[in-house]
Design a protein around this ligand. Structure first.
Ligand SMILES: C[S@@+](CC[C@H](N)C(=O)[O-])C[C@H]1O[C@@H](n2cnc3c(N)ncnc32)[C@H](O)[C@@H]1O
Length: 269
């Protein structure tokens, strides 16, 4: 039987309130992560090679002294969220120093498994604004319209076509995932299954991370990437590394090839 508000013990109600505030302010978690990546904190901690004090971190990041306490608050939050860890040294004064955890190692740029580009894409305002449309979408959205369509007046790939900044962000996010998958594929010798084919086309292959790795591993195979013209246009001639890039719409034409690759990206669950 449900308890009425009057009968509910005060302690439970406090817990419920705390739970709700946790949800309502949950964006602080993601915005702190975004801020840490944008400032390059994981890279500084990595390059420093030992725990770093707040003052040292502020110097590395060129944060003015007036904002160093705010940087301290950010670090405290990120430690609380498990992204960084901290030591307290009991010297002349008690000084906190920070270091990476196994989670934040995945935010270091030089790590093969770095997910920073994906996090920056997911937390870009372009991806967040549709969330504000969700309620309206349930009641007023057309059947085939997504909250993204409602917010931007077009789909994700249409938006990337007209906004170079978002195009770059999205392509880099996809490339970072492809780098990891490519690494795993190479390690497991997955390309061997393609040794017998003469040509491969990676449909929706983005900026060609996967196809370039394939071309390197199997130089005798003709490797192609089909992607939308605004994506292909971002790949310079000298960056193509033996891969043919074709700008087009896969629903209209797919270049003939012995094998077709179709790699999509979904966040792990
Ligand atoms: C989710 S991304 C995946 C990129 C890449 N395959 C990967 O996994 O890293 C989808 C890709 O498909 C491309 N794409 C979307 N619609 C397309 C279409 N109609 N024809 C060709 N490519 C398309 C996008 O530009 C984007 O690069």
């Amino acid at each position: 039987m449900e308890l009425t508000q009057e009968k509910q013990p005060a302690k439970d109600q406090l817990q419920d309130k705390a739970r709700l505030w946790n949800h309502a302010l949950g964006f602080i978690r993601s915005m702190s992560l975004k801020c840490a990546i944008e400032l390059g904190i994981p890279d500084v901690l990595h390059n420093h090679g030992k725990p770093i004090t707040l003052a040292e971190l502020a110097t590395f990041l060129s944060i003015p002294p007036s904002k160093t306490p705010a940087l301290g608050s950010l670090m405290r939050l990120l430690v609380h969220f498990g992204l960084f860890a901290s030591h307290s040294y009991q010297g002349g004064g008690e000084e906190e120093s920070y270091f990476l955890t196994s989670t934040s190692k995945l935010l270091v740029k030089e790590e093969k498994a770095c997910i920073s580009p994906l996090a920056l894409m997911a937390l870009n305002w372009t991806m967040l604004v549709p969330g504000h449309q969700l309620g309206k979408w349930f009641t007023a959205g057309a059947a085939r319209e997504t909250p993204f369509d409602m917010a931007h007046g077009q789909g994700l790939f249409g938006e990337a076509n007209v906004r170079a900044d978002f195009n770059e962000l999205f392509n880099e996010a996809m490339a970072s995932d492809a780098r990891l998958v490519t690494e795993v594929a190479l390690l497991r010798r997955q390309w061997e299954v393609l040794r017998e084919v003469r040509s491969v086309v990676d449909v929706g292959g983005g900026t060609g991370t996967l196809a370039k790795s394939l071309a390197k591993a199997l130089p005798e195979v003709r490797c192609m990437v089909l992607d939308l013209p605004h994506v292909v246009a971002t790949v310079d001639e000298e960056e193509r590394e033996g891969v043919e890039f074709i700008g087009g719409d896969m629903f209209e034409h797919i270049p003939p090839a012995d094998a077709v690759l179709l790699k999509v990206w979904y966040p792990p669950n």
